[in-house]
Structure formats: structure tokens, C-alpha cells
Design a protein around this ligand. Sequence first.
Ligand code: OSB
Ligand code: MG
Length: 366
Amino acid sequence: MKIEGIELRRVTMPLKTPFRTSFGVEHSRDVLLVRVVTPYAEGWAECVAMNEPRYNSEYVDGAADVLRRFLVPALPDDVDARTVGRLLAPFKGHRMAKAALEAALLDAQTRAGGESFGAFLGAVQDRVPSGVSVGISDSVGELLDVVEEFLAQGYLRIKLKIEPGWDVAPVRAVRERFGDDLLLQVDANAAYTLADAHHLRRLDDFGLLLIEQPLADDDLVQHADLARRIATPVCLDESIDSAEHAAAAISLGSCSVVNIKPGRVGGYLEARRIHDLCRAHGVAVWCGGMLETGIGRAANLALAALPGFTLPGDTSASDRYYATDLTAPFVLSDGHLTVPSGPGIGVDPLPDVLEDVTSSTEWIAR
Ligand code: OSB
Ligand code: MG
């Protein structure tokens, strides 16, 4: 596939309500979009790096910088999207930036071939069950109202963000109010240490599906220790940034579930490798999110339709975060989202919306 040029476009997407986690509060999403232009088709992708390096070490200005200085120039004029991972491997880290470039090329290539991204990846479902990630609230009463509203919309699984001081009480309140049948899990974003093992064991009483990333991202050994001390299944997010990390985590017993985010692991093809590995080892996976617009959401839905995604993901509807999405909105139907079936990721940015939210564009000609 011949590349004519690549556009880096920054858009500012206001969030409907602030989203609070143990690492910070987001009020709006500053998104980097990558558009690749080829003679046959254009490809779009979304870089999931956030404004500040708090979730992991990447941040959006850094992603734009490494793309323009190193990653885009490393591509030959004629490239098969499936080789991009190997071509970019000499540059360490920067997985979110690499993932966006690879995804834009995969979109262009599958569009040109008239194939949907889901079909390309090996999707076996035409719709996927939706969960929702619920931020830290100011009070338990407020949290219960928020959860009630999401359940009324049809979400099939609730994930509560937790941190020290906001864990057992909100979990107990949600469990008591909405009953034992509610699929409920928590995400600590690395806010605890192994010294909290005793405290975290109190969550065992609430029948949680899993606890996501309780400890530091670089601590597979301590996660294995914790996993032996609590009954709630341990799921890893930040700790898994490649198939090699997933293999190590499985060998050590650090987790029994993995949250797969394509951006975090360097792309959809690496995400699929992690899926394949976990599936072979009987480790459940689900598709995480990074407050994506419709562009990233569409591609995530294709991935979440692979057979090993046996738990509902954070693949929520467009209106979870955005009053106006960049694409035609993804709407919940019976608690599910439909996997796009058109060529490539199956969605395009709406020109008027895109124009409105764009703060800058940069064209890198080849
Ligand atoms: O840890 O899963 C996470 C959002 C931003 C960064 C990290 C995380 C999250 C979420 C929300 O939990 C996922 C989503 O709804 O897109
Ligand atoms: Mg997480």
C-alpha cells in the first residue's frame, strides 16, 4: 500500500461529566487522530494517550512528537499494514503512538480490500455486551444514582473505580441496593500496595467478578502474592503491555483475567496475540477503554467480537462520555453494541463535528 501522507489532527472532546479515577480527574479528552492517505482509501485511528502521563508514561504531546520524528519516517513508501509492528520495533516503548499508526494503516488496507476490521481480526460475534466504568463520586448516594441510571440504560456490567478510602463502602452499597445478580467489578488503577492485602480481602464478601490492577504496574510478583491471599479474581490492565508480559503474568499466577486495550499493548495485532495466548491458557479477557471517540470505539468493538472475549468490556455507548460523538453515535440496544460491518473500521468522522472540535492539524507528506 502506497502512503501519500499522514495527518496528525488534535481534537478536544468535552466530557458530559468529569471522570474521576485514583490517578486524576478528566474534564475533556484531548485526542490525537491519525489519518493515513493512500491512493485507494484513507484510514483513520485514534491515539489513546491522555493529556498527562498518569495512567501510564505516555501522554498525547509525546505521542505526536514520536510519531512525527521517528515512527512515520520509519515507514517505507510502500507498506503492508501487517508489518508495521516489526518496522517500529527498533523504537522502544511509545506503544499508544505505534498502535494509532498501525491502526490507521490497517483501516486503510482493510477498507481498500472491502473487508471489515472485525472480519480481518477474526470476529465471531455481530454485537458485544456492554459494561460501563463508573468514576469515583463525591458521596455514596450520588454513586447509587449514577449506577441506577446506567442500569436503566441497559448496561450489563458495572465497574466501580476505587482508591484507598473509596472501596468497601461504595461496593457494599451498590451490592445491597442492586442485588447479588448484578455483574460488578472494581478498578484501582494501581492505587494500593501489598500492605493493603488484608483490607482488600474485605472485598471478597461481595462476589465481585474481579479486581482490576490493584497494585503497581511493574509488580507482577506482588500481584501473584496478592492473588493467593484474596478470593476475588485479579485482573491486570496497566501491567500488561505486550504478549510477553501476559505470558509472564500467567506463568507467575499474577492474574486470572486480562483487560486488553489495543493502545496500551502497541496495537490490535498485539492485542490479538494476547487474546490468543490467554485463550490457550483459559484466562478470560475483556476489552478495556480509554474514553474513546467513535473512531477508537469502532475498532475496539471489532476486537471485542473475538471468541476469547468472554466478559463484558468497557465498550460503552457514545453518550456515556460525549454529547456529540465524532462519528454516528454508538447506541446501546438491549445492553449490546453492534460491531460495525462496513469496510475497515466501518465508521467515518462526521465532517461538521470534526471541523468544530479540531484544534490543530499537521500534514506529513511522503
Ligand atoms: O483503567 O480502565 C482504566 C479510562 C481511562 C484510563 C484508564 C481506564 C479508564 C476507564 C474507562 O476505566 C474506560 C472507558 O470507559 O473507556
Ligand atoms: Mg483499568
